[in-house]
Design a protein around this ligand. Structure first.
Ligand code: FDA
Ligand code: NAD
Length: 427
């Protein structure tokens, strides 16, 4: 016994929401499309969880940030799915998939069959246990991937007013959560193994500007080391963390952001996996022609770099979703996915955008000061391949995006630093 759909989206996150909107734009009939998600709520804009959701005053709460408000598009509330005849199967984990038979088995025992499957299972947060540290299920140790994590963190923040938080990890979650904790008047110490924050993207010069600002806000940085163990009280709440460098830090709250792992396990042995994700072609189609993958879980060809990449950012989730739906519904009219990687973040009053690939030589430009506009270009084999800009206007971001897409030749790096944004304007 089970139900049959033409299209099934497995996973109900950012990519699923944008795919649903695209299906309705291209004309899907009632009862043809189903979204099945472990989360109990309709797809929402995950980036809100580390930003607006954690504000002390007037925090963002659903339904205000359902997809697709993040792209200034329609807001897809549960009512919207109903009105469009889309079946939302929420709070339901898929526990196995048979790609050959084109069926999914849910945790409730239901079999769902499909003609086309879109995998949008995203990723899960890595756990400290995977690095040999025990005890991260304590009530005041928080990860941040989904709404239930965010609710847990918001509650922990409320009960830690004026207390001490230790943030483990110096990536996106670490930086965005540290800023939110400071705004909530919590004392923050950040601990990470690298020499500076956001090591996957920032140059030491860029990192030092943000670190100085955080330090001025009272954040302490302990770099080049990792957590080795927790100390607990009799209620199994963490009271302190011990670091490899011998430091002992009292903690009312611990926030952990140490990276993610794509949720591919349902498909291992059934589909080709590459770079940790489900390998797809330029139409987001996997090694099985009825199965597509989008968002964080997909490894796709980035034409601009001539390489397969798996990206972990909302813009690629949104655009890969639209592309997959277009490729399924109008295969003849759909070309190759030609995507320019785009990342952004907002912390305190800062706001930056990055386009392209952060590889090669770096040239900084602008005034490296809070409240000013500054940035960097990455040059590989004589061509611009990456652009970072803090504090830009919409037009300036558009300009660096367009210039990076064109990979213009750069001959004089000193001159590039002098003209800065002016270079992108002349491309
Ligand atoms: P996503 O994780 O959104 O959704 C996956 C869905 O699949 C979930 O609903 C999950 O429950 C479900 N699922 C998984 N396995 C399942 C199973 N077996 N059965 C049923 N359901 C299953 N990016 C950016 O560019 N700018 C930003 O500011 C931020 N900010 C940000 C903040 C926070 C807190 C996080 C966690 C992430 C960001 N990101 C971001 C990253 C961005 O949110 C991310 O790239 C997208 O959410 C990816 O979208 P997906 O739909 O691929 O996965
Ligand atoms: P990340 O990859 O950005 O950073 C992981 C960090 O973990 C590293 O910088 C490192 O400092 C640290 N680390 C690794 N191993 C460690 C260890 N054993 N002990 C201590 N620290 C360790 O991942 P994240 O910050 O966890 O973010 C999770 C996901 O959410 C990513 O996919 C990210 O792209 C996404 N996200 C994106 C944004 C954004 O784009 N603005 C915001 C929030 C989250």
């Amino acid at each position: 016994m089970g139900r049959a759909f033409v299209y099934v989206i497995l996973g109900g996150g950012v990519a699923a929401g944008y795919a649903a909107l695209e299906f309705t734009r291209r004309g899907v009939s009632e009862g043809e499309l189903c979204i099945i998600s472990e989360e109990p709520v309709a797809p929402y804009e995950r980036p809100a969880l580390s930003k607006g959701f954690l504000l002390p005053e007037d925090p963002a709460r659903l339904p205000s940030f359902h997809t697709c408000v993040g792209a200034n598009d329609e807001k897809l509330t549960p009512k919207w799915y109903k009105e469009h005849g889309i079946e939302l199967v929420l709070g339901t984990r898929v526990k196995s998939v048979d790609v050959r038979r084109k069926t999914l088995l849910s945790s409730t025992g239901e079999t769902i069959s499909y003609k086309f499957l879109i995998i949008a299972t995203g990723a899960r947060a890595l756990k400290l246990e995977e690095f040999g540290v025990e005890g991260s299920d304590a009530e005041n140790v928080c990860y941040l991937r989904d709404l239930s994590d965010a609710n847990r963190l918001a509650t922990a923040i409320e009960s830690s007013a004026n207390g001490n938080a230790v943030v483990i990890g110096g990536g996106y979650i670490g930086m965005e959560c540290a800023a939110s904790l400071v705004i909530n008047k919590i004392n923050v110490t950040m601990v990470f193994p690298e020499a500076h924050c956001m090591a996957r993207l920032f140059t030491p010069k860029i990192a030092s500007l943000y670190e100085d600002y955080y330090s001025a806000k009272g954040v302490e940085f302990i770099k080049g080391t990792v957590l080795t163990s927790f100390e607990f009280d009799s209620n199994k709440k963490v009271t302190a963390v011990n670091l490899k460098n011998g430091n002992h830090l009292p903690a009312d709250l611990v926030v952990v952001g140490i990276g993610i792992r794509p949720n591919t396990s349902l498909f291992e042995g059934q589909l080709t996996i590459e770079k940790g994700g489900i390998k797809v072609n330029s139409k987001m189609q996997s090694s099985d022609s009825s199965v597509y993958a989008i968002g964080d879980v997909a490894t796709f060809p980035v034409k601009l770099f001539g390489e397969m990449r798996r990206l972990e950012h909302v813009d690629s989730a949104r655009k890969s979703a639209r592309h997959a739906v277009s490729a399924i519904m109008e295969p003849e009219k759909t070309g190759e996915f030609d995507y320019l990687p785009f990342f952004y973040s907002r912390v305190f009053a800062f706001s930056w955008q990055f386009y392209g690939d952060p590889v090669g030589e770096v040239v900084h430009f602008g005034e490296f000061e809070e409240g000013k506009t500054f940035g960097a270009y990455w040059i590989k084999k004589g061509h611009l391949v990456g652009s970072f800009l803090e504090g830009g206007t919409k037009e300036e971001y558009d300009t660096i995006s367009k210039a990076t897409q064109l990979k213009p030749a750069v001959t004089d790096l000193e001159e590039l630093g002098r003209v800065g944004l002016g270079f992108a304007e002349t491309v």
